[in-house]
Write a protein that binds this ligand. Structure first.
Ligand code: NAP
Length: 323
């Protein structure tokens, strides 16, 4: 049951008056967004699907009746739409299912948000750009190279067509507190870094800007709070970490953060030939949000250390540091 309803006799419980609904609240970014709003005087309700129970509402975003019901029951002022199929190789292999979630469900959510006057933030990606002429401003023309980028761009259009007051927030590769190392393209490298007796090839071709989910969550909350005061806050925005790194450089930084060897890591400078096409450098220009006084950037080494230490194989390190 959404938290807006107050049981008889509980009127004195202090429920924040600002309501936010977060889709994809069971996912990497959504968990951080839920926490950020919840800890900052918002009444936050999170939705998930397969992992929803017991903390979140279970809502299949492909079910338009369920989406209509939760939005009308909860009456959020803000919706942060984090749910998506975000794995490029999965999108290539299951294009129809990915398009249903990334495009059709996003358009429907935008229409429902417009129906009750809620401010919708649609999370998009730097993969809408082809990566040939960075840095990219919000006004630059997108040209996605892979189907994932195409579905996310179509999702942006479906959102803005159905809700002219909505915001699109484009972000690059994410990392943060993961449930499993495979949850993020950054944290997944940790085992290769740790198993230093085995040499490991690491991409040194694609330029990335690893971004901490906590920082994106702060940006979402700040954007929502600014919009509550200023209805002209809408349209497309970019947010990104500002440390440019290839995966090889990220892996070396991870090794460095944990005092581990990195000589077994091998930089591969050729363009990858397997999997979906990736942009070489889709750096996002974030000056529009910066001019609004919005943003937070956690240094990569500090953020990745905080995210990865529970997965450290050498428990002696933990004992030395924490006891
Ligand atoms: N991860 C990145 O590096 C990255 C980079 C740039 C942009 N983005 C964008 O950031 C957003 C968040 O990404 P993420 O990494 O946090 O994704 P994620 O960890 O893969 O989470 C995906 C979320 O979508 C939910 N979901 C899937 N199918 C659903 C359905 N039919 N109905 C309702 N919910 C459904 C999942 O719920 P259950 O697990 O409970 O089923 C989960 O909460 C996405 O829009 C993505 O495109 C991500």
């Amino acid at each position: 049951m959404p938290q807006v309803l107050v049981e008889p006799g509980q009127e004195d419980i202090d429920i924040p008056s600002r309501r936010v609904l977060i889709t994809g609240a069971t996912g990497l970014l959504g968990r951080a967004v839920f926490k950020e709003f919840n800890e900052n005087n918002w009444n936050a309700v999170g939705c998930g699907y397969r992992r929803a129970q017991p903390k979140f509402e279970q809502v299949n975003l492909l079910n338009s009746v369920a989406v209509h019901d939760i939005i009308h029951d909860f009456q959020p002022h803000v919706i942060v739409h984090c749910a998506a199929e975000r794995r490029p190789d999965v999108v290539e292999s299951q294009p129809d299912a990915a398009s249903q979630l990334n495009v059709a469900a996003s358009g429907n959510l935008a229409k429902e948000a417009a129906g009750i006057g809620a401010f919708l933030i649609y999370i998009s990606t730097d993969y809408v750009f082809d990566g040939t002429s960075p840095p990219y401003k919000e006004t630059d023309v997108p040209n996605p190279l892979n189907l994932y980028g195409k579905t996310k761009l179509e999702g942006e259009k479906a959102v803005l067509e159905n809700n002219e007051g909505a915001a699109v927030l484009r972000i690059p590769v994410l990392y943060g507190e993961v449930e499993r190392l495979e949850e993020s393209a950054v944290t997944v490298m940790f085992d290769k870094v740790q198993f230093s007796n085995k040499s490991a090839n690491m991409d040194h071709w694609q330029q990335r800007f690893p971004t901490n989910v906590k920082d994106v969550a702060v940006v979402c909350r700040q954007l929502a709070e600014k919009r509550m005061l200023d209805p002209s806050i809408k349209g497309t925005f970019h947010w990104s970490g500002n440390e440019q790194m290839t995966k090889y450089e990220m892996a070396c930084a991870i090794a460095d953060a944990f005092n581990l060897p990195s000589s077994h890591l091998r930089p591969i400078t050729d363009c990858p030939v397997v999997g979906a096409l990736r942009p070489r450098n889709a750096q996002l220009d974030c000056s529009k949000l910066e001019m609004l006084g919005i943003g937070q950037r956690t240094p990569f080494r500090a953020g990745i250390k905080e995210s990865l230490w529970p997965f450290l194989i050498d428990k002696r390190w933990r004992q030395t540091v924490f006891h």
